[in-house]
Ligand binder design. Structure first.
Ligand code: HEC
Ligand SMILES: [Cu+2]
Length: 349
């Protein structure tokens, strides 16, 4: 499928209301800038010609003073540009505040590909399928260097950083295929780090989900990892003898051993698993081992998805560590995903 590029690709196609508004903002601000600047240049040219060296014209200062005129040409442009400041600030705040009901997709940037995973566990590489009319929140992280997820059709671009989650969101309003880029120079094959965003009607999207062959949701996969990595050995459901319970932890403030609190957000959870000694929490000896370099990035994302679930829908396994195999049977390991070419994705209508 070819992306819906504009015939003359000077102006990228747009596929969301906010993309259209961004275009208006930029267009209107360009027009305003021209309105404010062009008369000055015309004036400079006229005066340069009229008062050029040797031209016999009256060079006396005029006695006329007009305070209203002076105030006018200061205050009117100032107010006009303030209006654009307010408009831009409002859009900025919108971009920074995803709606609470957004569908959350996890993304991992690595040299040189984009990996996406849907809440139901469906994984894609350099391909992203989303429905129209639904806010989509992309929670992302980098596995190596800084990348930047850029979707021109949505007019958004946000960095992915190693070791910290960042987010962007958009709501597509028409089906189509659009380009995804990495817009941060990230090494040799940076220019090949691109992909396709396929926006589908909600019906086509559920059809796609149904045929994508995922056997476990993110949270279910995370649950299996939770026991496979032996977390259950210490975090035993609601039993808090050896380690704090993780039920209901997400989003709560956590008291630190060194005093103060920190919000248990995605980055905190990930950091805790990677460097437990970094933020020791109050009330427990710091005995949790570091899983740095042991748990790959995509599995960390699933573990966090599991811990993030609200306690009502989650049952943190209260059983002792089951001696089950690591999860390849449940989720394709990243090596398998990495070999999958984007062309080998389930074929779509
Ligand atoms: C050897 C026992 C042990 C193991 C194994 C263990 N933890 Fe922990 N964990 C702890 C203890 C003790 C704490 C609280 C003290 C601390 O680390 O600051 C803790 C804290 C945490 C916290 C922060 C809890 C809070 O209230 O802020 C998270 C999240 C967490 N562990 C997740 C995991 C995950 C995920 C695994 C498996 C990959 C795991 N733990 C494995 C003992 C363990
Ligand atoms: Cu990149």
């Amino acid at each position: 499928m070819n992306p819906n590029d504009h015939p003359i690709a000077l102006w990228p196609a747009s596929a969301s209301a906010s993309a259209v508004e961004t275009d208006w903002l930029i267009l209107a601000f360009t027009v305003l800038t021209l309105l404010l600047v062009v008369p000055i240049f015309i004036g400079v040219t006229i005066f340069a010609i009229r008062y050029r060296d040797g031209n016999k014209v009256n060079r006396q200062h005029s006695d006329r003073r007009d305070r209203m005129l002076e105030l006018g040409w200061m205050l009117i442009p100032f107010t006009l540009t303030l209006f654009f400041f307010a408009w831009g600030a409002r859009m900025f705040m919108d971009h920074k505040n995803p709606p609470a009901n957004a569908t959350r997709i996890e993304a991992i940037g690595k040299q040189w590909m984009w990996k996406f995973q849907h809440p139901g566990g469906e994984a894609e590489i350099n391909d992203l399928h989303v429905p129209t009319g639904e806010p989509i929140l992309i929670n992302m992280i980098s596995q190596d260097v800084i990348h930047s997820l850029y979707i021109p059709a949505m007019r958004i671009q946000v960095e992915t950083l190693p070791g910290r989650y960042t987010q962007l969101w958009f709501q597509a309003d028409r089906p189509g295929t659009f380009r995804i880029y990495c817009s941060e120079f990230c090494g040799t094959d940076h220019s090949a780090m691109d992909g396709l965003l396929t926006v589908m009607t909600p019906a086509d999207y559920s059809d796609w989900l149904a045929h994508s062959g995922s056997s476990a949701s993110m949270a279910e996969a995370g649950k299996s990892l939770f026991s496979a990595y032996g977390c259950t050995g210490c975090h035993r459901g609601t039993d808090t003898d050896r380690a704090p319970t993780l039920a209901g932890l997400y989003g709560r403030p956590v008291r630190l051993a060194g005093g103060g609190t920190v919000a248990a957000d995605d980055s905190f959870l990930r950091d805790k698993i990677q460097n437990p000694g970094h933020n020791p929490i109050a009330g427990y000896p710091q005995v949790m081992p570091s899983f740095n370099g042991i748990i790959p990035e995509d599995e960390l994302t699933r573990l966090v998805a599991y811990i993030r679930q609200p306690p009502t829908t989650r049952k943190l396994s209260a059983l002792p560590t089951p001696l089950i195999e690591a999860p390849p049977s449940i989720v394709a390991p990243s090596s398998v995903l990495a070999q999958r070419s984007p062309l080998a994705e389930p074929s779509l209508p």
